[in-house]
Design a protein around this ligand. Structure first.
Ligand code: C5P
Length: 409
């Protein structure tokens, strides 16, 4: 049921817009109220009057309407809902969303909202599989936009393949799932997750770093937040977006990363997924080191960085109840990871193979082993998001078990 839920339905210009009329009916039958924003292209397929009659509310389409803005400004429109639904989500509106455009009311509302957004794509199969659309959808997913469909099937353009908008019932089900009060087994727990590489300055323009993308650590932070934990993500320099729904602290060096972890205060869960540089320059130069003709290249003296995982794992009243580390190895993966768990003093190690052939660094998938006091679990190859959800699920299970049940976990 969607009793009392407020849906802002954005209808863009595609032939599937006629199904959005049916969607309004289905949502209202389930108890939701629906308010519509119609794009200029959408109005070529359905009329404002049909949307108005079915939603029993006025329809918004003009960004510069003085009456609309005085009665309901676009910011309020974007916030006065529990969920924004874009159906049909055409290639054009997805591109505008990915690009952060605010060139009409629909795009502006989508940019200004602080509410979850669900998109139901509908377009020709070639448009859906075009590299531009694929990249836009990936960007939007990374930013936390939810998707339902598209389905395979015959299309209005006489082609066959993925691109058909999901049926109104399917969209209504997806909406219900999104708005259902999620189970929050980690509510009340505080977590810190480190992610990404660190950057150790040699001089103001040069640094030591590595290829970590931050994808796995960021996904773990999101998964813990989805289960209700209060999460601080301490991220080294990465090119991916800050995940929605949690606090991200940006740092450069290992020293800054450690300081940010300690500044988080008392925490229950620490997950150290960052690829922290092992060494830093002993004496970083305050000015750019110059090449001098005829002289030998400078030598770089290195000093070990603080070990954040080992520091957080130190026994004492401040120690988080659960500390999880990662082991990125190219050989003897499990044996080295078991050894690492002992050396660092953490509770669990997630071991992953980072041989270049496996493509873990920067890739989308990961094959990991979970090492705890009770043994080694081999997980199948999963998308990084799935590894994250599975790990968060295991963490929630750990906190739900009585302490002595740990060994049987
Ligand atoms: O020693 P190694 O780098 O292989 O250990 C990997 C694990 O230790 C990861 O969880 C990583 O986040 C953590 N680590 C750390 N601080 C360091 C080095 C590694 O937190 N200086």
């Amino acid at each position: 049921m969607l009793k009392g839920k407020r849906i802002l339905l954005i209808v863009a210009g595609g032939i599937a817009a006629f199904k959005s009329l049916e969607l309004i009916r289905r949502l209202r039958e389930r108890g939701a109220s629906v308010r519509c924003v119609l794009t200029e292209a959408g109005a070529k397929f359905v009329t404002p009057l049909s949307l108005q009659a079915l939603s029993e509310d006025r329809v918004y389409s003009d960004m510069f309407s003085l009456t609309d803005e005085s009665e309901m400004g676009h910011i309020q429109l974007s916030r006065d809902a529990d969920l924004l639904v874009v159906a049909p989500a055409t290639a054009n509106i997805l591109a505008r969303m990915a690009g952060g455009l605010a060139d009409d009311l629909a795009a502006t509302v989508l940019l200004a909202t602080d509410k979850p957004v669900l998109a139901a794509p509908a377009m020709n199969v070639r448009m859906w599989t075009h590299a531009a659309t694929v990249a836009n959808v990936e960007t939007l997913k990374q930013r936390g936009i939810h998707f339902v469909g598209p389905n395979d099937g015959a299309m209005a353009c006489n082609e066959f393949g993925p691109g058909r908008m999901s049926e109104p019932e399917e969209i209504a089900d997806a909406i219900e799932e999104l708005l259902a009060p999620a189970e929050q087994p980690l509510a009340g727990k505080r977590a810190v997750v480190t992610s990404g590489p660190t950057r150790e300055a040699i001089d103001p323009v040069r640094y030591i770093s590595n290829h970590s993308s931050g994808k796995q650590g960021h996904a773990i932070a999101s998964a813990l937040a989805a289960l209700g934990a209060d999460v601080a993500l301490v991220s080294g320099p990465v090119s991916i977006a800050d995940p929605p729904g949690l606090r991200t602290v940006h740092v450069d060096s290992a020293d800054q990363m450690l300081a940010a972890c300690l500044a988080a205060g008392r925490i229950d869960i620490a997950v150290c997924a960052a690829a922290v540089a092992d060494w830093k320059a002993t004496r970083p130069s305050g000015s750019k080191i110059k090449k001098k003709a005829g002289t030998a290249p400078p030598s770089l003296e290195l000093t070990p960085n603080p070990d954040i995982l080992a520091t957080l794992s130190k026994p004492g009243p401040q120690r988080p109840a659960l500390v999880v580390g990662f082991a990125a190895e190219t050989e003897n993966l499990v044996a080295n990871a078991i050894d690492k768990r002992q050396r660092k003093g953490c509770d669990w190690i997630v071991a992953n193979d980072v041989s270049p052939a496996v493509g873990t660094f920067g890739g989308e998938r990961n094959t990991v082993h979970l090492i705890s006091a009770s043994g080694v679990e081999d997980w199948p190859t999963l998308a990084k998001g799935e590894v994250a959800m599975r790990l968060a699920g295991r963490i929630a299970l750990h906190f739900s078990l009585p302490p002595k049940a740990e060994a049987a976990e």
